[in-house]
Design a protein around this ligand. Structure first.
Ligand code: AMP
Length: 110
Protein backbone atom coordinates (compact mmCIF):
# COMPACT_ATOMS: atom_id res chain seq x y z
CA UNK A 1 0.00 0.00 0.00
CA UNK A 2 1.33 3.41 -0.90
CA UNK A 3 0.99 4.93 2.55
CA UNK A 4 3.73 7.12 4.03
CA UNK A 5 2.98 6.14 7.62
CA UNK A 6 2.75 2.40 6.79
CA UNK A 7 6.19 2.75 5.19
CA UNK A 8 7.52 4.47 8.32
CA UNK A 9 6.12 1.67 10.47
CA UNK A 10 7.71 -0.93 8.18
CA UNK A 11 11.09 0.80 8.59
CA UNK A 12 11.26 1.76 4.90
CA UNK A 13 11.37 5.46 5.84
CA UNK A 14 13.29 6.55 8.96
CA UNK A 15 11.58 8.04 11.96
CA UNK A 16 12.25 8.71 15.61
CA UNK A 17 10.08 6.14 17.32
CA UNK A 18 8.88 6.97 20.81
CA UNK A 19 6.45 4.12 21.48
CA UNK A 20 5.25 0.83 20.06
CA UNK A 21 2.93 -1.93 21.22
CA UNK A 22 0.81 -4.58 19.52
CA UNK A 23 -1.70 -2.05 18.17
CA UNK A 24 -0.04 1.36 18.22
CA UNK A 25 3.05 3.03 16.77
CA UNK A 26 4.19 6.56 17.68
CA UNK A 27 7.01 8.75 16.41
CA UNK A 28 8.16 12.37 16.43
CA UNK A 29 6.64 14.74 13.88
CA UNK A 30 9.23 15.80 11.30
CA UNK A 31 8.03 19.41 11.56
CA UNK A 32 7.32 19.86 15.27
CA UNK A 33 4.86 22.56 16.30
CA UNK A 34 5.80 22.32 19.99
CA UNK A 35 8.73 20.96 22.04
CA UNK A 36 6.84 17.67 22.24
CA UNK A 37 5.05 16.73 19.02
CA UNK A 38 4.35 13.03 18.65
CA UNK A 39 2.15 11.30 16.08
CA UNK A 40 0.23 8.36 17.53
CA UNK A 41 -1.31 5.96 15.04
CA UNK A 42 -2.89 2.53 14.83
CA UNK A 43 -0.71 -0.15 13.21
CA UNK A 44 -3.70 -1.23 11.13
CA UNK A 45 -4.12 1.06 8.16
CA UNK A 46 -7.25 3.19 8.38
CA UNK A 47 -7.72 6.47 6.63
CA UNK A 48 -8.98 8.72 9.39
CA UNK A 49 -11.09 8.95 12.53
CA UNK A 50 -14.25 8.10 10.56
CA UNK A 51 -12.76 4.68 9.79
CA UNK A 52 -11.75 4.00 13.39
CA UNK A 53 -13.53 1.64 15.80
CA UNK A 54 -13.88 1.89 19.55
CA UNK A 55 -11.39 -0.85 20.36
CA UNK A 56 -8.68 0.78 18.28
CA UNK A 57 -9.45 4.17 19.81
CA UNK A 58 -9.14 2.65 23.28
CA UNK A 59 -5.66 1.36 22.42
CA UNK A 60 -4.72 4.79 21.08
CA UNK A 61 -5.94 6.41 24.30
CA UNK A 62 -3.92 3.98 26.45
CA UNK A 63 -0.84 4.74 24.37
CA UNK A 64 -1.41 8.51 24.59
CA UNK A 65 -1.49 8.32 28.39
CA UNK A 66 1.71 6.28 28.44
CA UNK A 67 3.48 8.58 25.97
CA UNK A 68 2.38 11.71 27.84
CA UNK A 69 4.05 10.35 31.00
CA UNK A 70 7.11 9.19 29.06
CA UNK A 71 7.50 12.64 27.49
CA UNK A 72 6.95 14.40 30.82
CA UNK A 73 3.90 16.40 29.75
CA UNK A 74 1.28 14.65 31.87
CA UNK A 75 1.57 17.05 34.81
CA UNK A 76 1.47 20.41 33.01
CA UNK A 77 -0.87 19.20 30.29
CA UNK A 78 -0.92 18.76 26.55
CA UNK A 79 -3.24 18.78 23.55
CA UNK A 80 -4.33 15.98 21.22
CA UNK A 81 -5.66 16.69 17.73
CA UNK A 82 -6.69 14.45 14.86
CA UNK A 83 -7.21 16.21 11.56
CA UNK A 84 -9.85 14.51 9.41
CA UNK A 85 -10.36 15.02 5.69
CA UNK A 86 -10.04 18.09 3.52
CA UNK A 87 -11.63 20.68 5.78
CA UNK A 88 -9.76 19.20 8.73
CA UNK A 89 -6.53 19.83 6.77
CA UNK A 90 -5.43 16.20 7.02
CA UNK A 91 -2.33 15.73 4.87
CA UNK A 92 -1.46 12.05 5.47
CA UNK A 93 -4.22 9.48 4.89
CA UNK A 94 -3.43 7.13 7.78
CA UNK A 95 -5.25 7.94 11.01
CA UNK A 96 -2.95 9.67 13.50
CA UNK A 97 -3.37 11.72 16.61
CA UNK A 98 -1.03 14.65 17.24
CA UNK A 99 0.16 14.91 20.84
CA UNK A 100 1.48 18.43 21.47
CA UNK A 101 3.01 19.80 24.63
CA UNK A 102 6.07 21.06 26.43
CA UNK A 103 5.00 24.72 26.39
CA UNK A 104 1.89 26.82 26.90
CA UNK A 105 -0.17 26.23 23.75
CA UNK A 106 -2.30 28.88 22.04
CA UNK A 107 -5.92 29.32 23.12
CA UNK A 108 -7.00 29.22 19.50
CA UNK A 109 -8.01 25.84 18.13
CA UNK A 110 -8.42 26.81 14.50
P1 AMP B 1 -1.87 15.90 9.25
O1 AMP B 1 -1.66 17.16 8.45
O2 AMP B 1 -2.75 16.05 10.42
O3 AMP B 1 -2.25 14.76 8.34
O4 AMP B 1 -0.44 15.56 9.87
C1 AMP B 1 0.58 14.95 9.16
C2 AMP B 1 1.84 15.20 9.93
O5 AMP B 1 2.82 14.31 9.47
C3 AMP B 1 2.41 16.61 9.76
O6 AMP B 1 2.46 17.27 11.02
C4 AMP B 1 3.81 16.36 9.17
O7 AMP B 1 4.78 17.23 9.68
C5 AMP B 1 4.06 14.93 9.58
N1 AMP B 1 4.98 14.21 8.72
C6 AMP B 1 4.96 14.13 7.37
N2 AMP B 1 5.95 13.34 6.93
C7 AMP B 1 6.60 12.89 8.04
C8 AMP B 1 7.72 12.03 8.25
N3 AMP B 1 8.38 11.47 7.23
N4 AMP B 1 8.13 11.81 9.52
C9 AMP B 1 7.47 12.38 10.56
N5 AMP B 1 6.40 13.18 10.42
C10 AMP B 1 5.98 13.44 9.18
Amino acid sequence: MDCLFCKIMAGEIPCTKVYEDEWVFAFRDINPQAPVHVLVMPKAHMSDIMACDGETMAHLLDAIQTIAKQEGVDKDGFRIVSNCGKNGAQSVGHLHIHLLGGRQLADSMA
